[in-house]
Write a protein that binds this ligand. Structure first.
Ligand code: ADP
Length: 226
């Protein structure tokens, strides 16, 4: 049993899901003038949607969830607010996934209120229906059970963070790891294979952060500086 429900998403998946999503938008009567990518997860899908729908206008907005350590509540913020005039324009706001969806809802309101768009519709590759606060206007896939989707654009970031999470636990019992030990334990915990190149880079990140110390061909786990 994996410790976290994780699914590897390939570049081919991303292209075929984006093609399918574009098809759904084309079938509807909506003809967007501008695509707005939600940074950072929406970048690749948004660019592909522009290609499939033959749209030139592509902008971006960075909306993300802020966890304030000192506070019990979380809130989403527009990271770099700026003002443009989209009056009379129809917007397609694109992101990879609606999980809770709070940051996406904030981006939509921001675009209505500050960019004066005529209409804003939301398109995502995936919609986690049981946890999402709203249903997107367009989605390629409805996900009925929560899973962490390991998209190709967060492969290194996810791999090193998942590896770190694993070592925090397993490192209590085992201090010395070979590269193969790390790979095998990762596969056991998460049941996804990110490939040797990414795994090597993730190990290097943890070495640079001082969490793994190379010694005699092995790695020693060290969380003392954390
Ligand atoms: P919020 O930040 O308001 O909670 P979301 O929960 O919709 O908004 O997620 C924000 C971003 O985090 C997504 O665009 C995506 O890049 C990433 N993310 C969230 N949930 C997942 C998931 N289950 N799998 C992969 N990436 C996710």
């Amino acid at each position: 049993m994996a410790k976290l429900k994780t699914r590897l998403v390939t570049w081919d998946d991303v292209v075929s899901w984006s093609r399918g999503l574009a098809g759904k938008i084309r079938e509807s009567s909506y003809r967007p003038d501008v695509v707005v990518a939600v940074a950072r997860g929406g970048f690749v899908p948004a660019r592909l949607i522009c290609d499939f729908l033959l749209i030139d206008n592509l902008l971006s907005i960075q909306s993300q969830h802020w966890t304030e350590a000192a506070k019990a509540e979380d809130r989403a913020v527009i990271k770099f607010p700026y003002k443009i005039d989209l009056s009379g324009r129809k917007v397609l706001l694109v992101d990879d996934i609606v999980d809770t969806g709070e940051s996406l809802a904030l981006a939509r309101n921001y675009i209505y209120n500050n960019w004066s768009a005529e209409e804003v519709r939301i398109a995502v590759l995936q919609w986690i229906s049981p946890v999402a606060k709203f249903k997107p206007d367009y989605y390629f896939m409805e996900v009925k059970e929560w899973v962490w989707f390991q998209y190709p654009w967060t492969r290194l970031e996810d791999t090193y963070q998942l590896l770190k999470r694993l070592l925090k636990e397993e490192g209590k019992y085992k201090k010395e790891w070979s590269f193969e030990d790390l790979v095998n334990k990762f596969l056991e915990w998460y049941e996804i294979d990110v490939g040797k190149e990414y795994f090597k880079e993730a190990v290097d990140v943890l070495v640079r952060k001082g969490i793994l110390k190379p010694e005699g061909g092995k790695y020693i786990v060290n969380f003392t500086g954390e």
